[in-house]
Design a protein around this ligand. Structure first.
Ligand SMILES: Cc1cc2nc3c(=O)[nH]c(=O)nc-3n(C[C@H](O)[C@H](O)[C@H](O)COP(=O)(O)OP(=O)(O)OC[C@H]3O[C@@H](n4cnc5c(N)ncnc54)[C@H](O)[C@@H]3O)c2cc1C
Length: 489
């Protein structure tokens, strides 16, 4: 008998979503990730939970409706990670005519069950705070509701839920060979140790590595795939209003400028073909300039490449064959050949549904329970989304040493699991050593013990974004602390 029912290679959003779904349906699951969870493309997404207006423009009504239904699901199951926002599109004389934008948003709203989110409306931005940061000529804008998400925490909390339902999650473990007979036999290098495991089915969820892993590790044929790089930039905060701007660029693409942590703005995305190793993806300077120029058409404050504090890039694959870009899953099973699922690309919004459909493909092979993930909250998400501020108030009341922004960050990260991090602490000092103004020894220990954090970047960029502001000396102290987290202090 095989050790596992399903082995998953890759701990990005696609891999962890498969693990969560399959573990909750009763399968014995192992997930193997060579680095950190969400360490590749899944922490470099546009961070949007949306129906995608550009798909609407291409008349993908069914796709938009499906994604908007998933938006509602996310608000229900991850109210701490997913935040409803006002999205504002200033009307630009040289771009799509205002009537077209208005009509598009009308259809967008009509395709959604808005579930408490406001309907689209027209704003006179000469007299509205959202106009303050913009250049003068913009008179009107269209405002609609969509959501932003903490993409890398979504990956980690999905993995946590999978683990709590019995999945084994192995980070720092690389699959170097997989032999296929009526079961899969996988050779892993697991934190320096060679290990062999067996599984009845295998999922290749290795994102930008999908073809490479298929060819060199699994030695199985895959159709031709094209690698695509997506990039974004982080700059110091460009606007005070609490909304996402959606700008129309001269080439017709939509560029998003979102509030990012209290002091920054995230601008993206730019995409193009990629060749090379997905592990060393860097944002070309031409892409940085493209985004700076695109937003400088709109913002009063000119954005230049020297303002960029961080670039964020990821690579994933799409099927190269024309017209197959929506296809994100391949399934292969034959007599005497254990099943192989290949899952790649796709967006964050539909990741839960994609995993549900993928795992369902295995039902002829195993007894398993019905799809369940749309009805179960992620860890810490057991409160209604419109009570997020109440959760922040409760945290401020219970841990009176927290400032309101600190409580907001912690609730957004841990939701109702916050007591597991802060315990009964009455003072900040009781939480141990401080790393910068926010991070404490208690939080670091929690992240190492429960959320698979091993290195400073795992915490400073993926489980939080505190690395954007943390002084170098505190980073160094954190590295020392993480090397020996059990010591006191
Ligand atoms: C063109 C394009 C546009 C996109 N646009 C959007 C968008 O608009 N909105 C949106 O939400 N998302 C978008 N995405 C999706 C998003 O970036 C990711 O595709 C998504 O997060 C899913 O990632 P993943 O899990 O497939 O891959 P990844 O997050 O890259 O995870 C793959 C993991 O596999 C691991 N791995 C590789 N080889 C091995 C091995 N041998 N052993 C163990 N582990 C291994 C890697 O370390 C990595 O962590 C887009 C993707 C593409 C391609």
């Amino acid at each position: 008998m095989a050790d596992y029912d399903l082995a998953i290679i890759g701990g990005g959003l696609n891999g962890v979503s498969l693990a969560r779904d399959a573990a909750g349906r009763g399968l014995r699951v192992i997930l193997i990730e060579q680095g950190d969870l969400g360490g590749a493309a899944s922490s470099a997404t546009p961070r949007l939970i949306h129906g995608d207006l550009s798909v609407l423009e291409r008349r993908g009504f069914r796709r938009v409706r499906r994604a908007l239904a998933e938006r509602r699901t996310w608000l229900r199951i991850a109210p701490h990670l997913v935040r409803p926002m006002s999205f504002v599109i200033p009307a630009h004389a040289d771009e799509r005519p205002p009537w077209l934008l208005r009509a598009g948003l009308y259809v967008y709203d009509a395709l959604a069950n808005r579930g408490g989110l406001p309907a689209a409306t027209t704003l006179d931005i000469t007299h509205h705070p959202v106009g303050n940061a913009l250049k003068r000529p913009f008179g009107i804008a269209f405002e609609y509701a969509d959501c932003i998400v903490d993409d890398s925490r979504l990956v980690v909390l999905t993995a946590l839920d999978a683990a709590e339902r019995g999945a084994a999650i192995r980070t720092g473990a690389r699959c170097v060979r997989a032999d296929r007979t009526d079961i899969w036999r996988l050779a892993l290098i697991d934190r320096g140790h060679r290990r062999v495991i067996t599984a009845r089915a295998l999922a290749n969820a290795t994102g930008g590595w999908t073809s490479l892993v298929a060819e060199t590790v699994l030695r199985q044929p895959v159709p031709a795939m094209a690698a695509v790089q997506m990039s974004q930039i982080v700059v110091p905060k460009l606007f005070e209003s609490d909304n996402v701007y959606v700008f129309q660029n001269t080439d017709g693409r939509l560029i998003f400028a979102s509030p990012f942590q209290p002091d920054f703005t995230l601008i993206g995305t730019v995409t193009h073909g990629f060749t090379g190793d997905p592990a060393i993806v860097a944002m070309p300077s031409a892409d940085v300039s493209y985004l700076c120029e695109a937003v400088s058409r709109y913002f009063r404050e000119r954005v230049t490449p020297t303002d960029v504090v961080r670039t964020v890039s990821g690579v994933n694959l799409t099927l190269a064959a024309a017209g197959r870009r929506d296809l994100t899953m391949l399934f292969h099973a034959r007599r005497r050949k254990a099943p192989l699922l290949t899952i790649f690309g796709g967006d964050v919004t539909t990741s839960r549904l994609r995993a549900e459909r993928a795992v369902t493909r295995l039902t002829p092979f195993y007894p398993m329970s019905r799809p369940w993930t749309s009805g179960a909250t992620l860890p810490g998400g057991d409160f209604p989304w419109d009570r997020f501020e109440t959760e922040v108030d409760l945290a401020c009341h219970r841990w009176q040493f927290l400032s309101e922004p600190q409580a907001r960050r912690l609730v957004a990260a841990y939701g109702t699991r916050l007591p597991d991090v802060l315990g009964e602490a009455k003072t900040r000092e009781e939480l141990g050593q401080a790393f910068g103004p926010e991070l404490t020894g208690a939080e670091v220990r929690y992240l190492m013990a429960r959320e698979w954090a091993r290195f400073p970047e795992d915490i400073l960029w993926r489980r939080s974004k505190l690395g954007l502001t943390m002084p170098v000396a505190d980073r160094d102290a954190l590295a020392v602390f993480m090397a020996n987290p059990l010591r006191t202090g």
